[in-house]
Design a protein around this ligand. Sequence first.
Ligand code: ADP
Ligand code: MG
Length: 404
Amino acid sequence: MSGIDSLAQQLGGSLRGKRVLVRSDLNVPLDGSTITDDGRIRASVPTIRSLADAGARVVVVAHLGRPKGAPEDRYSLRPVAARLGELLGAEVAFATDTVGESARSTVDALQSGQVALLENVRFNPGETSKDDAERGAFADQLASLADAFVSDGFGVVHRKQASVYDVAQRLPHAMGNLVATEIDVLRRLTVDPERPYVVVLGGSKVSDKLGVIDNLLGKADKLLIGGGMVFTFLKAQGHEVGKSLLEEDQLDVCRGYLDRAKESGVEILLPTDVVVDTEFPSGDRDPRPVVVPATEIPADSLGLDIGPDSGAAFAAALADARTVFWNGPMGVFEVDAFAEGTRAVAQALTQVSGLSVVGGGDSASAVRKLGFEDSAFGHISTGGGASLEYLEGKELPGIKVLED
Ligand code: ADP
Ligand code: MG
C-alpha cells in the first residue's frame, strides 16, 4: 500500500477536504530570483499532485538556503511557488510567513485539491533549534495548520528538525513517494548489491564524506576517489599537494583507510594525473589549466580536476560494474576547464548495465549542466547528505520517526 493510501485509511478512508502538510525539499540553486536547476521541484511534484488528486488541501513546507532563523528576501520561496505552479499546471497560493497570519488565512482559503506553499521554514528559529522544547513549540504551530503530515523531503530526512521530525510526532503521518523511492534505491545499494560494486567519491565536503568510506570498505569492490578529497589521500601517501584543498587532521584517517583497503582486498583508485592552476577559478581571470602527475603538484598550484589519464582509468574501472554509487564532482565542474573529469565519470555511468545512482546536490547539477539527461542514469538522488548518512549505516531521524 502506498504511503498516501495508508494516510487516507488513518483519516477514515478519504483525504477529501483534509489539510495535508507536506515537507518537500525545494532547496534549489537561485541566481537572484531565477531558478538555475529546478530538479528538486520536479522531483517533489508527483507526491503533491497525488495528494491534490485525492482531494486533499495540500500545504507544502520547505526551506531554501541557510537563513539564520529570520526572514531574508534573498531566501524567499516565492519564485519556487511560481515554478511549482507551472509544473503542477495549477496556481500555488503563497503564504508570506510559515505559521503566522498569512499561513493561517492561506490554508483556510484552500479548497479541496488546491495547493499552497508556506514561506521558508528556516525563517523561524524553532525549525533548526537544538532545544527540544523550542523545536517542539514550533512544531505545534506547524501541526495546527494540518490534519496529517507527509514526509517527502529526502534531502532533509537526516535532520532532526521541526518540519521533518517533530511534526511527524504530532500528526497522522506517511512517507511520500519520493522518500519511499530514495530509500528503496539506497536499500539496493546496501543489501546484497550486484557485483562488481563500485563507489565514486568526490566533491569538496571532505570530512563529511570520509565517514562513508569507513562503511563502504566492507561492502564495495572498488572505491574511486576524485574531487577535493584526493589531496588529503595523496598527502597521506607522502606527496606534496601545493595549495590544494587539504584536511590535515584527517591524514591519519586516510592512512587508515588505505591500509584497511589493502587488507580487505578493496581497490582504492586515486588519480595519477591532476589538472592544476595557480589560483582557484574566479570571474576575474581566465583559467590556466596545466596537467601534472598527481605526485608532482607544484607548491604554487592547486588541484582542480582529475587529469585525462585518470578520467580514462576511472571510466575503465566502471566499465564492468553492476552497481555504482557516485557522490561528488571530480573537479570544479562549474568552470569548463575543470569539468572534464566529471564528464568522464558521468559518461562512464551512463554505460553501466545494472544500477547507477548519482547522489548529491552538486553532482546532480553537474550531470545536468554537462548535458546528460536524467534518464541516462538509474537514479539521481535528491539528497546528498541523507544518502551518505544512510550508506554510512546511520539512522535517519526523519525516517525513524515515520516507522515508530
Ligand atoms: P555534492 O553536493 O554532490 O555532495 P559537494 O558539495 O561535496 O558535492 O562538492 C561540490 C563542489 O566540490 C563543487 O562546487 C566543486 O566545484 C567542488 N570541487 C570539486 N573538486 C574540487 C577541488 N579539487 N578543489 C576544490 N573544490 C572542488
Ligand atoms: Mg553540495
